[in-house]
Design a protein around this ligand. Sequence first.
Ligand code: NAP
Length: 250
Amino acid sequence: MKNKVALITGAATGIGRETAIAFARKGANVVISDINDEKLKETQKLIEEKRVKVLSVKADISKEDDIRNMVKKAVEQFGRLDIACNNAGIAGESATTGEYSIEGWDKVLNVNLRGQFICMKYEIEAMIKNGSGSIVNISSILGHVGFAEAPAYVASKHGLLGLTKTAAIEYASQGIRINAVCPGFIETPMLEDAGITTVEETKQYIISLHPAGRLGKPREVADAIVWLASDEASFVTGHPLLVDGGYVAW
Ligand code: NAP
């Protein structure tokens, strides 16, 4: 990873923060991005301790201008973009399909699918100039199976896998690998905000869905992302890698 440049969206907290740290630990220079500027600064401090170069760019991935600027700044600062981890995502409201609000649907799809698509568009453009690159999109176990009262989230994560496979086919011959990581339930602020880790009964129910008998840790997802992005996975493309304690196998 030495001298490689890795861009991570949603890097202010959770899986994104841990992924940015994991890339830095391997010696990559990192571009970290998030809508949450304050927490992004905390991630920046943690990365600076690893003695690699770090650039923070505030970006809302539901806005094309922000994404264009994010990739432009990365290339201006480091001269190239080798790796991109499209991680930023939101859970959205909890309701059955018939009760789900149209505004809520648009909000989730705007970030989790349209936003990821626009990120890929600009990242691929930069990587074509290098003649190589590696993209890892963060989908979910809910890109593989359904989950009641999360129709927009589930649809967005299934859609992201389709997009990942399609782009992988399109750019394989140009030296760009495009894969996805599909985490099970991971202990991050997203689960806290959804009341999953804060209500003991709910937490135990969610744990019971994982054969591993526990929730995952952000570091376990980050290490899989770094491997998939690295040259060690040089013949892997279009792959949806489950990091789920056996959730989907059950
Ligand atoms: P998290 O703790 O909520 O972190 C996500 C980060 O993305 C937050 O800093 C959030 O900022 C930011 N963000 C939200 N909307 C954004 C936007 N429009 N533009 C830029 N940044 C934005 O979530 P996480 O659990 O680490 O999840 C990371 C990814 O993994 C997501 O794509 C999620 O769907 C996926 N995933 C998570 C789990 C899990 O169990 N945690 C399981 C499977 C997949 P704010 O906090 O200000 O909103």
